[in-house]
Design a protein around this ligand. Structure first.
Ligand SMILES: [Zn+2]
Length: 390
């Protein structure tokens, strides 16, 4: 592992200026932060464990469907409003707040795709952020994604600008999408979309920058460059990461910056199944965050599957196994055993992502060595109470 200078951001959930510092560090040093979807405390812990192992910053994100699962599938949201999904999303955010500092890594806490019909979920999370900010001086989440890419561009950008103006007041970062990520994810199906919409133009991207930059600096753009959610590709779509370089070049020219400057924070969706060269090219063009869901879902399942296969003879009844008809099997069917097997496999897959994105070891030599013991209930106090790095 190469040794890097220490990242000037404290461990725990990162918001506001610290988040900008972290993303600038990624952009300047040519790495991206994996953003892994979680739907339980178990999957969240697997991601944190991977980050601790890799000595790397990480992003934990929850989708509306993930939030609904976290609240419990037995609880349905009322028609037209999504408070249960929001409650589940807030629950995992509080979980991460409670434990993150013990892993000794900085964590971006983020919510994933929010289409127009999911705005009630978004609004409810913003309420939690505002309450947290009023109490502790920072938002509960680090950032949220709005995905109005199915709407006409001007409407997409206008809604983002309206929300962003509200969000900057409580130090929230915004991720938005323009152009469409193909495939299917979390109930949003873009499998039959017009292929031209799968490539965002530099002009479209700069229009977003022009609308949002006057409001605040904390926003990123998920531009489509032939990326697809899930592991499959329609034959007529080619992943074209060089297009991200064109977005940066166009924005730099429009802003009168030097050639080679990368003024945009770009995000890559649909990274599952991409080649190392494609990922490397995307990162070289200023992708600072890459989403991963499909591959880590598979890894978690594969860990559980392998566990069941290995211990099959001990998992058929509470009592009785090859060692004897009266032998108990409790030590094998305890959920902490098979769930742990899923966590370990997911952790290892997230570590592969750190490798591919160049994130390994980026916290630097001696990171967190001088960090204070996390304060009791640090997650309730926010980072306001931490004097680390002043
Ligand atoms: Zn996505």
């Amino acid at each position: 592992m190469a040794s890097y200078t220490t990242l000037p951001v404290a461990p725990g959930v990162v918001t506001g200026k610290d988040l900008i510092t972290l993303l600038d560090h990624a952009k300047a040093n040519g790495y991206a932060i994996p953003a892994v979807n979680v739907s339980s405390s178990s999957t969240a812990n697997a991601v944190l464990e991977a980050a601790a192992k890799a000595k790397a910053p990480v992003c934990i994100q929850v989708s509306q469907g993930g939030g609904a699962f976290l609240c419990g599938k037995g609880i349905a949201d009322p028609k037209g409003s999504l408070p249960a999904s929001a409650a589940g999303s807030v629950a995992v955010a509080l979980h991460v707040r409670a434990v993150a500092a013990y892993y000794g890594v900085p964590v971006i806490l983020h919510s994933d795709h929010c289409a127009k019909k999911l705005l009630p979920w978004f609004d409810k999370m913003l309420e939690a952020d505002a309450a947290y900010h009023a109490a502790f001086g920072e938002p509960l989440f680090s950032s949220h994604m709005l995905d109005l890419s199915e709407e006409p561009d001007d409407e997409n950008v206008a809604i983002c600008a309206k929300y962003f103006a509200k969000m900057v007041k409580i130090d929230l970062f915004l991720e938005m999408e323009i152009g469409i990520t193909g495939g299917e994810e979390d109930g949003v199906n873009n499998e039959d979309v017009d292929p031209a919409k799968l490539y965002t133009t530099p002009e479209q991207v700069f229009a977003v920058h022009a609308a949002l930059a006057p409001i605040g600096a904390g926003f990123s753009i998920a531009a489509a460059f032939g990326n697809v959610h899930g592991v499959y590709k329609p034959g007529n779509v080619v992943l074209s990461p060089h297009k991200l370089g064109e977005h940066q070049a166009h924005a730099a020219a429009e802003l009168g910056l030097a050639k080679g400057d990368k003024p945009l924070y770009l995000v890559m969706h649909g990274g599952s199944g991409s080649t190392d060269a494609e990922i490397g090219a995307a990162v070289s063009h200023g992708v600072v965050k890459m989403n991963i869901d499909t591959d880590t879902q598979w890894a978690y399942w594969d860990g559980v599957r392998a566990y069941e296969a290995k211990h099959k003879a001990y998992l058929q009844s509470q009592i009785g196994n090859p060692d004897g008809a009266d032998k108990p099997n409790k030590s094998k069917y305890d959920p902490r055993k098979f769930i742990r097997a899923g966590e370990e496999a997911m952790r290892d897959r997230v570590c592969v992502a750190f490798d591919k994105l160049g994130t390994n070891g980026r916290l630097g030599e001696g990171y967190a060595a001088n960090a204070p013991e996390p304060k009791a209930w640090n997650f309730l106090a926010g980072k306001k109470s931490s004097s680390w790095f002043g």
